[in-house]
Design a protein around this ligand. Structure first.
Ligand code: HXC
Ligand code: NAP
Length: 291
């Protein structure tokens, strides 16, 4: 049931949406669903060949219109070119999904300064570049729009071994909440999604290489005992980018099966206690009343 499309047909009809990093993984899943809901789509990333293949597949699957534009989000001029090409083809842009990211696991002390800043530049500077270029355009055109930032749950908590990503995603969260207030008056809504584990090749190759995927099984960390389905994320993204969420601004919605709270609650480790022990523990805690 959870992998069924959620919104009604034509929910995004007439909308034009840009998805950065839209040629693979979660960006591809979100873009495909936006097309099914009637949107026009622009997908961007560094690898034009990957984008063009995805665009062809998306158009064949959905009958929608997809423009593939090569763009390294770290380069502001390339981002401005995406905007110019989108305007030339579709005449307007209504939504931006900042989904492009870079990440890999490493003890922080092993990172070069360039390795650290590469991740910050893709995730934080890239998101800022896109948001700034499109935001300036919308404000000068007096056009309402919706920005959706894809962060992670460790934007709230930090995380060892992915520290550049955690710093950058934390920055994107601050950007989300800041601009929601500052740009609300222009009719620009800014929201974020914090996904838990959704197995994609891009993420798993860099976060769980080799047999780490079996050794560090995400499913066991999630209270619901499963990973996410791409369509579940696409459903949430379509809602947040659409006018149906028109009064939601500055929100970050977690979609992780409860994973990050599982790690946070002080007594959550009691999950390990076998159920037959609870009678004895209850007697002991009740006995504490008289002590
Ligand atoms: C240490 C590394 C390294 C590694 C690269 N570097 N990989 N250092 N360990 N495994 C260093 C390089 O030596 C170099 O530093 C610097 O990082 C930049 O590397 P380049 O290869 O030149 O960078 P670039 O070509 O820009 O590639 C960026 C990348 C790459 C991030 C390194 O992996 C990439 O293109 N990723 C894009 C897709 C991606 O990462 N998807 C996953 C998102 S998942 P020096 O000093 O040598 O020059 C995600 C989910 C999180 O975010 C939550 C999941 C549950
Ligand atoms: P992915 O397939 O590797 O997606 C990342 C995309 O970003 C790729 O298409 C990549 O394309 C693009 N990209 C990287 N550097 C870029 C740059 N400099 N300029 C433009 N595009 C660039 O991984 P994914 O799992 O779908 O991740 C998508 C988003 O979800 C990311 O923001 C990630 O942090 C987030 N997320 C994922 C998970 C998960 O479990 N999968 C969990 C939490 C959050 P090119 O290589 O062609 O540039």
């Amino acid at each position: 049931m959870y992998n069924q499309p959620m919104l009604r047909d034509d929910a995004l009809k007439g909308k034009t949406i840009v998805v950065t990093g839209g040629g693979t993984g979660l960006g591809k899943a979100m873009g495909t669903y936006f097309l099914k809901l009637g949107a026009n789509l622009i997908i961007t990333s560094r690898k034009l060949e990957v984008l063009e293949k995805t665009a062809d597949q998306m158009m064949a699957d959905t009958g929608g219109q997809v423009l593939a534009v090569q763009c390294d989000v770290r380069e502001y001029a390339q981002v401005e070119n995406v905007l110019a090409q989108a305007m030339a083809k579709f005449g307007k842009v209504d939504g931006l999904v900042n989904n492009a990211a870079g990440n890999f696991i490493s003890p922080t002390e092993r990172l070069s300064a360039n390795a650290f800043s590469s991740i910050i530049d893709i995730v934080l500077k890239g998101t800022v570049n896109c948001t700034l270029a499109f935001g300036k355009h919308w404000i000068s055109e007096k056009q309402q729009a919706s920005v959706l930032n894809i962060i992670t749950t460790y934007a709230f908590t930090g995380s060892a071994y992915v520290v550049p990503s955690a710093c950058a995603k934390g920055g994107v969260l601050a950007l989300t909440r800041s601009l929601a207030v500052e740009w609300g008056k222009y009719g620009i809504r800014t929201n974020a999604i914090a996904p838990g584990p959704f197995p994609t090749k891009g993420a798993w190759d860099r976060l769980l290489p080799g047999d780490l995927a079996e050794k560090f099984d995400f499913k066991s960390r999630v209270p619901l005992k499963r990973v996410g389905e791409n369509q579940e994320l696409a459903n949430l993204a379509a809602f947040l980018i659409s006018d149906f969420s028109g009064y939601i601004n500055g929100e970050v919605i977690t979609i992780d099966g409860g994973e990050w709270l599982q790690g946070a609650g002080q007594m959550n480790g009691l999950e390990a206690i076998p159920s037959e022990m609870w009678d004895m523990l209850e007697q002991m805690t009740r006995a504490a009343k008289g002590s």
